[in-house]
Write a protein that binds this ligand. Structure first.
Ligand code: ATP
Length: 239
């Protein structure tokens, strides 16, 4: 079943046409990756799905329903949660408080469920539990990244939008993050993953789309994209 469908999406920033008719689909339970060079429109696509940007043309459908009139906070309620690039944690709040804020959007709050989700996050990232009373601003880059993902999970999303989760992490932590993405997916969360690390993203994803200057120029199974000569040259560092 299709969980997310983007149809002919156009997004402008003033005179900059950031998306020029992007279409893509994510099926329930899938991990799908969005590849592309800097400025291709990956973050813009995620922000349009979250409702942070308004489309000039085209539509985003979730569970078959148009999100055109659905505000960003109501999209979280529907089950769409974004872990933003650059970590954007609340630096003066503790790890524990940051996680609580992630659950804030849930209108019918059941504290048992909130605590269960927090348990799940701490089991995924034991480092966060060790640091639960530490303010987020004093965490390392990798720990802040874990916290951003953990906070997005606290909303109990059906669809998680991950923007560059491995950015700036040491190689060992990068491996861990991809393992965690698989783990989150196994718990039934569908994932749309934006990554510069195309090889790792294609290993964890079942399918992918390639964006170039606001257009979707290629799509296919992860295996097909890994074998594609243009993808290998442009994104996998091969000559
Ligand atoms: P990166 O990997 O570098 O983050 P990206 O694929 O996520 O790239 P976007 O951030 O979606 O790319 O940007 C798409 C285009 O829109 C770029 O040309 C960018 O310069 C432009 N853009 C993004 N945000 C703004 C903004 N706030 N104002 C004007 N132009 C913007």
């Amino acid at each position: 079943m299709t969980l997310l469908k983007i149809e002919n999406l156009h997004i402008n920033y003033g005179h900059v046409h950031a998306l020029k008719g992007v279409s893509l689909e994510v099926g329930e339970g899938e991990i799908v990756t969005l590849l592309g060079a800097n400025g291709a429109g990956k973050t813009t696509t995620l922000r349009a799905i979250s409702g942070l940007l308004k489309a000039v043309k085209g539509d985003v459908l979730f569970n078959g329903d148009s999100l055109k009139t659905v505000k960003a906070h109501d999209r979280v309620e529907l089950g769409i949660s974004q872990s933003p690039e650059g970590r954007r944690v609340f630096s003066t709040l503790t790890v524990h408080e940051n996680l609580s804020l992630g659950a804030y959007s849930r209108r019918k709050k059941d504290w048992n469920v909130v605590e269960k989700t927090r348990r799940f996050v701490y089991d995924l990232f034991p480092r966060l539990e060790e640091r639960k009373n530490q303010t987020a601003g004093t965490l390392s880059g990798g720990e802040q990244q874990m916290l951003a993902i953990g906070r997005a999970l606290m909303a109990k999303p059906k669809l998680m939008l991950l923007d560059e989760p491995s950015l700036g992490l040491a190689p060992l932590l990068v491996q861990n993050i991809f393992k965690t993405i698989r783990e989150i997916n196994k718990q039934g969360v569908t994932i749309l993953l934006v990554e510069q690390n195309a090889r790792a993203a294609l290993k964890v994803a079942s399918r992918g789309y390639v964006l170039e200057t606001g257009n979707c120029v290629l799509s296919g199974s992860a295996d097909d994209l890994l074998a594609d000569e243009a993808v290998r040259k442009a994104y996998l560092g091969e000559k």
